[in-house]
Design a protein around this ligand. Sequence first.
Ligand SMILES: Cc1cc2nc3c(=O)[nH]c(=O)nc-3n(C[C@H](O)[C@H](O)[C@H](O)COP(=O)(O)OP(=O)(O)OC[C@H]3O[C@@H](n4cnc5c(N)ncnc54)[C@H](O)[C@@H]3O)c2cc1C
Length: 371
Amino acid sequence: MLVKAVREYARSELIELDREWDRTEESCSSHFEHLYEMGLMSLRVPESLGGLECPMLPYAAIIRELAYASPSIAVNIAVHNMVCDIVRRFAREEIRDAMLTRLATPGNLSAFAISEPDAGSDPAAARCRAEKTDGGWRLHGAKMWVTNGITGRWFCVLVRTGNSGTSKDFSMLLLDAHQDGVERLAIKGKMGIRASETAEMNLDGALVPENHLLGEFGNGLQIALASLDGGRIGIASQAAGIANACLDEMVSYARQREQFGRPIAEFQAIQWMIADSRVELSAAQALIDRAAWLRDNERPFTTEAAMAKLYAGEAANRIAYRAVQVHGGYGYCHEFRVEQLYRDARITTIYEGTSEIQRYVIGRSLLNGGS
Ligand SMILES: Cc1cc2nc3c(=O)[nH]c(=O)nc-3n(C[C@H](O)[C@H](O)[C@H](O)COP(=O)(O)OP(=O)(O)OC[C@H]3O[C@@H](n4cnc5c(N)ncnc54)[C@H](O)[C@@H]3O)c2cc1C
């Protein structure tokens, strides 16, 4: 029922808004209050704490439906819900329930800050550091590319807390960005998902209390990587939503555009582009559902999530390419939605691990004896 309700809402209300946000580069955060009311900002929060406690399989379908209409809103919701998952799994018991209740309440958007100017695919190159102080840590350094980074209040931040040269040198902290010592600067001029806030963040002595340590001290890198496994199901679903929108645009345009005295839908070349896109979208969806099902059933899903993200992201780009091709010159103009979808699709093979990193994850698993 919820997937259906989101589908109706997204298709009737979000498409035109998203088109306008893309043109003006305005943040879609003005719309978040409504998303909270619908329960979409607390999909992964337990019911007892005001959330919807949505399993991963329908969650992935909801992200796909949102992405069909607004890829920007889809990623904002996916990141916020990923942070809810992190808090649920790793926050200290004394703050966990209160924090999850807050995350389900407007004014408490969250973000996931791993990347830095010189640390992207290799998070272990992170230099942002936490210095121990009375009752907590003081953070110094810079984070880059933070989704939800301007409006967000709660940030999962990967920080360096050791210098042993091992993976144990990092911890994950939950930072309240409403304090001195936190500067956020909007990154403008993005190719796509232009309504999604992306920020650069400078930390100069911001304080994180002791009980805001997530997981064990020194386990930050493992927490970041484990969180990304779940996040990748969200991004794969975002890609599937974009691909689905491209496919529908392609079919509709092919039926009405005439050349050589007949609809271009009658040309086999056009039919094949539509057919290939349909098959690839279904294959992507099957991989996403498989990864989500494994996660819901508490089975290992790292490789399956990487496969879903790799395939869905690459397929979305191929499908968006074909959608523009079917539209001919019109597809090259902003007036037709495929032009935007083509740009929006591009990010899905880059963030939460590039396609090259997904291949690395999948290959490493096989080479280490996995299936
Ligand atoms: C719009 C947007 C939103 C984002 N949101 C967030 C966010 O909310 N939080 C966050 O922490 N980060 C976020 N990111 C950062 C994103 O996750 C990184 O951009 C991504 O991980 C790639 O890192 P990089 O850009 O530094 O590229 P690099 O790591 O410098 O990679 C450059 C190229 O080298 C390749 N490469 C790197 N290492 C290898 C390797 N070992 N083998 C093969 N090829 C390799 C890459 O695949 C890529 O093609 C966001 C980025 C963007 C653009």
